[in-house]
Design a protein around this ligand. Structure first.
Ligand code: MCA
Ligand code: AMP
Length: 491
């Protein structure tokens, strides 16, 4: 008899596919609580990386629900926003999060159950029929308008995203991925967990990113695939450099045995790519994706991986570059906005029909990223909006942070920008016009913002000025701020 395959290896244990299947049926039973089908009701869940996370995700789908993963790094105000915006029918929480969630759920009138209770429920025996066109997942992402929007992907869309990755990156049941990314975003959730489970591979999860722990697992010889954001590769390089020569040799040799190492979510500096190649022999496979699209462009598994390039369209993905006028760019060398079409593209922004409509042009999704094509491969040059910041691989909206800062009683006006940073890609930075009569310090403002904003949205560099630079129309001129902040010491 062959050994049963391990689906998840996580802090709460190793489970086989059979055990995961049974656990998902129990979760589905608990969610349905006697109903036949959740019928697209939203199941929000706050569960750390674990076997329980995978069981809740699969159980939600089995019961006909829409999965809404919540971020373990988010403060109560952000959790509350997502639970209410998604109009969650039920929230599932790991027991440790009950104290934070119980008051929110009580105030919002939402049922709250623990993972322990869900996993102990009687298993569901009959499943609702899940048409591929049904909504499967809502991931929250920031934009240039208002608060974060829920990006809705159907089962068919997710299936198309996963198929593209399996064929382009050669996933097989023999793969074991080491996952250290958060599970409320596509990079960790789709590229890591969902794809590994779709092929019958193993997903090994660490509780959080820790450079030493990652190196030890990479060196073990067990892992075949790894994917991360550039900030993580920089931290791994720093840990390698701080290690003894013997440890360095063991880590490098072990990492060299992986089948595939990838980078994405933010631009991979060529210096990082080169340093990683020198340490491990791997030329990182860089790819480009977006919450609304899954992955769209990728360097090849076999063949030349060009530093500074995000490669060519994945199977089933069509892309084009468009001028500001809307004309499609026919040739290489002329930059334009990247637009994407295909079965992988999201269905809608949750309950935001107008924003969904303006996100598309003639059926093509407008990414807001500016790119240029060179011999079949694409290079990203920047974004069409200065108000989108990418920091540590997280996308944040400058406008959203400004709205929060303006609520502080000592802030008269403010402007937030992303300042180039070697470690984080961009650093959230703010220039604040203080009220003349109110004392304001970075510490006070940061402590205050921490309560309202996720950690990566808290301004790290701050200037307090008497007057923000404005144009003749009275509008704050952001490019001037970037220069001002670039010379400010990071706090
Ligand atoms: C955290 N800190 C930051 C940032 N993030 N400071 C500045 N900029 C930031 N972005 C602060 C923390 O609050 C803390 O501050 C201090 O830095 C040290 O934090 P530490 O615990 O050491 O690390 P961490 O910040 O928790 O983790 C760093 C990380 C993490 C592992 C690189 O940012 C991460 O997991 N990033 C991945 C994001 C991701 O998966 N993005 C995918 C979305 P203090 O000590 O003062 O409290 S994009 C996507 O899905 C698309 C589809 C795609 O293409 O992939
Ligand atoms: P998100 O909205 O969090 O899914 O982030 C998507 C955005 O991340 C894209 O629109 C790009 O701006 C950025 N991004 C993803 N992959 C890359 C990459 N390889 N290089 C540069 N930017 C990237």
């Amino acid at each position: 008899m062959s050994t049963p395959r391990i689906a998840i290896s996580a802090p709460d244990g190793d489970v086989t596919y059979e055990q995961l299947d049974e656990a998902a049926s129990r979760v589905a039973g608990a969610l349905l609580a006697g109903r036949d089908d959740l019928g697209g009701a939203r199941v929000a869940f706050l569960v750390p990386p674990s076997f329980a996370y995978a069981a809740v995700l699969r159980g939600t789908w089995r019961a006909g629900g829409v999965a809404v993963p919540l971020a373990v790094s988010h403060p109560p105000a952000e959790l509350d926003y997502v639970i209410r915006d998604a109009e969650a029918d039920v929230v599932v929480a790991a027991p440790g999060y009950l104290p934070a969630l119980a008051p929110l759920c009580a105030a919002a009138g939402v049922r709250l159950i623990t993972t322990d209770a869900a996993l102990a429920a009687p298993a569901l025996t009959a499943h609702p029929h899940l048409g591929a066109g049904r909504r499967a997942l809502i991931i929250y992402t920031s934009g240039t308008t208002g608060r974060p929007k829920g990006v809705v992907t159907t089962h068919a869309g997710l299936g198309a995203q996963v198929s593209a990755l399996v064929s382009a990156w050669g996933w097989t049941p023999a793969d074991r991925i080491l996952l250290v990314l958060p599970l409320h975003h596509v990079h960790g959730l789709v590229n890591g967990l969902i794809t590994a489970l779709a092929v019958g591979g193993t997903c090994e999860m660490l509780p959080a990113f820790d450079a030493g722990a990652v190196w030890r697992r990479l060196a073990s010889g067990d892992i075949t695939v790894f994917t991360a954001v550039p900030t993580i590769y920089l931290r791994l390089i720093a840990a390698w450099e701080a290690a003894s020569p013997d440890v360095q040799r063991a880590w490098s040799a072990g990492a060299g045995r992986l089948r595939l190492m990838m980078s994405g979510s933010a631009a991979l500096p060529v210096t990082t790519l080169e340093r990683w190649r020198a340490l491990t022999g791997h030329t990182l496979l860089e790819r480009y994706g977006m919450t609304e699209l899954g992955m769209a462009l990728s360097n090849p598994l076999d063949g030349e991986r060009r530093p500074g390039s995000v490669g060519a369209p994945l199977p089933g993905v069509e892309v084009r570059l468009v001028r500001e006028s809307g004309d499609v760019i026919p040739d290489d060398a002329e930059p334009g906005e990247l637009e994407v079409r295909g079965a992988t593209v999201f269905l809608e922004y949750w309950r935001r029909p107008e924003e969904t409509q303006v996100a598309f042009r003639e059926g093509w999704f407008r990414t807001g990223d500016v790119a240029v094509r060179d011999r079949g491969a694409y290079r990203l040059l920047g974004r069409t909006s200065v108000d989108i910041i990418k920091t540590g691989g997280y996308k944040v909206s400058a406008l959203e942070i400004e709205e929060v800062l303006r609520r502080h009683p000592a802030v008269a006006e403010c402007a937030v920008v992303g300042v180039a940073d070697a470690e984080w890609g961009e650093r959230v930075s703010a220039v604040v016009e203080a009220r003349p009569d109110a004392p304001l310090s970075l510490e006070l403002l940061q402590a205050w913002a921490r309560e309202e904003l996720a950690p990566y949205k808290v301004p790290r560099a701050l200037r307090i000025v008497e007057a923000l630079p404005r144009n003749a129309m009275g509008k704050v001129v952001k490019p001037e701020l970037a220069a001002l902040l670039a010379t400010a010491e990071p706090e």
